[in-house]
Design a protein around this ligand. Structure first.
Ligand SMILES: C[S@@+](CC[C@H](N)C(=O)[O-])C[C@H]1O[C@@H](n2cnc3c(N)ncnc32)[C@H](O)[C@@H]1O
Length: 212
């Protein structure tokens, strides 16, 4: 499915100056905001290509109301999925970590719609047509008014964040936030809310493939 050593990739979270720590803080701030905005209602979360789940699980770790959250995390790497599962055990939230292919629509059957969809660490690893395909399909993962949190680096000519933001608009989303530090760091975090119609999950689809 992917040949990159994603366990090693996660080590950069602890490395000074990698930018990943700041990106994580920005993602978690958006998760916390969504939790606050929806309190005390239940919150359903889906995270595609969740890695070790540190964004959601870390945000929930500090919350007294984590028990109103149910989440479905999809990750293909066994070690990372196992780590996410262990971290989830410490939380009162109902977290399911599914080891599988997040690109296949069938994997989400029974676990959507969600009120918060995390698409973090995906758009920098797939082609532009695949990014567009994922965004077009995003309403299938979303409940009415759901928010999608996504990330993408902004490296020079390969900065497609403007297009990504317009593709979200085309797919029925309004922009809630776009965080792009004015520094040497090239990460960005976007948040889009579904204002258009929700869509039924279309089974049998494959939305993306990682380059490497
Ligand atoms: C860049 S990392 C991002 C991890 C996490 N979302 C984060 O932001 O920290 C990409 C992750 O996607 C996983 N991955 C790649 N292709 C996948 C697929 N088709 N289905 C599920 N997980 C996949 C990798 O194993 C890796 O953990």
């Amino acid at each position: 499915m992917t040949s990159t050593d994603w366990v090693k990739w996660h080590e950069a979270y602890g490395r000074e100056g990698s930018g990943l720590g700041d990106r994580l803080a920005a993602v978690q701030a958006q998760i916390v905001r969504r939790l606050d905005d929806t309190a005390p209602m239940p919150l359903r979360v889906v995270s595609a290509c969740a890695g070790d789940g540190r964004d959601l699980l870390g945000a929930l770790a500090g919350r007294a109301d984590a028990d109103r959250v149910s989440a479905f995390l999809v990750e293909c790497n066994t070690e990372l999925a196992t780590r996410a599962e262990s971290a989830a055990l410490a939380l009162p939230a109902r977290i399911v970590v599914h080891e599988g292919n997040a690109a296949k629509s069938d994997v989400y059957a029974g676990s959507v719609p969600a009120d918060l969809v995390l698409l973090c660490g995906i758009f920098g690893n797939i082609s532009d047509p695949d990014i567009q395909r994922v965004i077009r399909a995003a309403p299938q993962l979303c409940a009415k008014g759901a928010e999608v949190v996504w990330t993408r680096h902004r490296g020079g000519e390969s900065d497609v964040t403007l297009q990504i933001r317009s593709w979200f608009a085309d797919a029925g989303f309004e922009e809630v936030a776009f965080i792009a530090p004015d520094s040497a760091d090239t990460w960005s975090v976007g948040v889009h809310r579904l204002v258009g119609p929700v869509a039924d999950l279309e089974l049998g689809q494959e939305w993306f493939r990682f380059f490497r």
